[in-house]
Design a protein around this ligand. Structure first.
Ligand code: FMN
Length: 166
């Protein structure tokens, strides 16, 4: 029997789980891709560095994400690290249905995926391995190009945005 079975889905307090997870402060990314329908992207906090050799990062898209199937099919993406001042951009890419790229400046990187104007750093990637993980996928991505720009990061903490100045 797994730990999850022992806790029991009905007795597990999801609201408390989310509240506790919210105490983990992190940067914020927008993961983009590009296919025959144009650009797509979503705000993504679940980003981690994974391997130096080969260079791998990982993200966790929800099974309900509309961007993920497009990223999965295109097999190419870009992880954009957001800057301070990108709060409305983060909220925009956390939405659904609308044209999230309307009024958003970007250029297409060497793999074709959008690099957002003013992002702190970016990692162009190709999809490597995909693991099922509950209501999300855990996706490792091979980094094929990368870069930085000047700026300071935006931070997500307890449901709100803040800033870090070194
Ligand atoms: C700060 C922040 C972090 C988020 N992190 C994730 C994440 O790691 N994985 C995920 O699937 N959704 C995450 N979301 C929610 C998605 O951005 C949201 O569900 C979005 O509507 C998905 O868009 P899509 O369906 O067009 O892909 C996050 C939202 C915010 C505001």
């Amino acid at each position: 029997m797994s730990d999850i079975d022992l806790i029991g889905a009905s007795s597990f307090d999801q609201a408390r789980f989310r509240e506790v997870l919210g105490h983990f402060a992190s940067g914020v990314t927008v993961v983009t891709t590009y296919d025959l329908d144009g650009p797509a992207g979503f705000t993504c906090q679940s980003f981690m560095s994974l391997s130096l050799d080969p260079p791998l990062i990982a993200i966790a898209p929800s099974k309900s994400s509309d961007t993920w199937p497009r990223l999965s099919n295109a097999k190419l993406g870009c992880v954009n690290f957001l800057c301070d001042g990108h709060e409305s951009l983060a909220r925009n890419f956390a939405g659904k249905g609308q044209d999230k790229f309307e009024g958003v400046g970007y250029r297409r990187g060497s793999n074709g995926a959008p690099i957002l104007d003013g992002c702190l750093a970016w990692l162009e990637c190709s999809v490597d391995q995909v693991y099922e993980a509950g209501d999300h996928f855990l996706v490792s991505m091979l980094v094929t190009d990368l870069g930085t720009q000047s700026g300071e990061p935006i931070i997500f903490y307890r449901g709100g945005f803040g800033y870090f100045h070194a």
